[in-house]
Design a protein. Structure first.
Length: 248
């Protein structure tokens, strides 16, 4: 099916998105780059996890990349998006198994990239490009992006950590009902960042329901759980998002 955006270059599409925040254009870009997600997901096909579940998680990384990509920085979108998608999938396995760890070399590069970024920002009096940081460290641009993505993800703190160890309740368990406007919040461009704070299963459910437009029944079939369980998890995820929204 043809679209009015088919004739536009990737640069023009992202410039238009940054200028208009058009949700239809955002969805078009997600669909246009779905092949990147499936390409990356295939690298994890021997993990024992459902390929389609990995693809669903990878879509979160793709949406993050689309929302954060700056077309004026001179970086190709695929160069920026692939490490972001990989980072989201790796975090999925980390949350799922608690046995997957970031390699020490990547931890070290993440620290070096962060320090170099801060140092160069002070020197240049502007935020350096990924290419500039890569040149400074003598690594590839993609390695810098992946290292900074790793650093960003490991700085995230679960909202459950605000819980009470004595009575076994988490902070979210003590919050009120879901705001009537919270689902509208999901249409905001920066929401993908907030969705990334959710526990793995809730994160996958939100991406399937609101970004892939799947029914609760379809989500339940994909995850092997009942529609009622999907509904409960979705409600809990929206509660968490409400708390995140109010904290901003």
């Amino acid at each position: 099916m043809s679209s009015r955006w088919d004739a536009m270059s990737s640069q023009e599409l992202f410039e238009r998105l940054r200028a208009t925040n058009n949700p239809e254009l955002r969805e078009y870009l997600v669909n246009k780059h779905e092949g990147l997600v499936r390409h990356v997901a295939r690298e994890y096909s021997s993990s024992g996890e459902s390929y389609e579940d990995i693809v669903s998680v990878g879509h979160i990384g793709l949406i993050n990349a689309i929302d954060r990509f700056d077309p004026t920085r001179g970086t190709k979108f695929a160069t920026f998006a692939v490490p972001t998608i990989k980072g989201e999938i790796r975090r999925y396995f980390r949350d799922l198994t608690w046995s997957m760890r970031v390699p020490r070399r990547m931890q070290e590069l993440s620290t070096k990239a962060r320090d170099a970024h801060q140092r160069m920002t002070q020197h240049l009096r502007r935020s350096p490009t990924y290419a500039e940081v890569a040149s400074e460290l003598g690594v590839t641009e993609e390695q810098v992006i992946e290292a900074m993505e790793v650093g960003r993800q490991y700085e995230l703190v679960s909202i459950d950590e605000g819980g009470n160890e004595e009575n076994g309740t988490s902070y979210i368990d003590r919050t009120g009902g879901v705001d009537a406007n919270v689902e509208d919040f999901l249409s905001r461009r920066e929401t993908a960042e907030f969705v990334g704070h959710l526990p793995t299963r809730e994160r996958v459910i939100i991406i399937m329901r609101y970004y892939l437009d799947m029914s609760q029944e379809a989500v339940g079939q994909r995850l092997g759980i009942s529609q009622m369980h999907v509904s409960r998890l979705q409600h809990r995820a929206l509660q968490r998002l409400r708390q995140i929204m109010e904290s901003q």
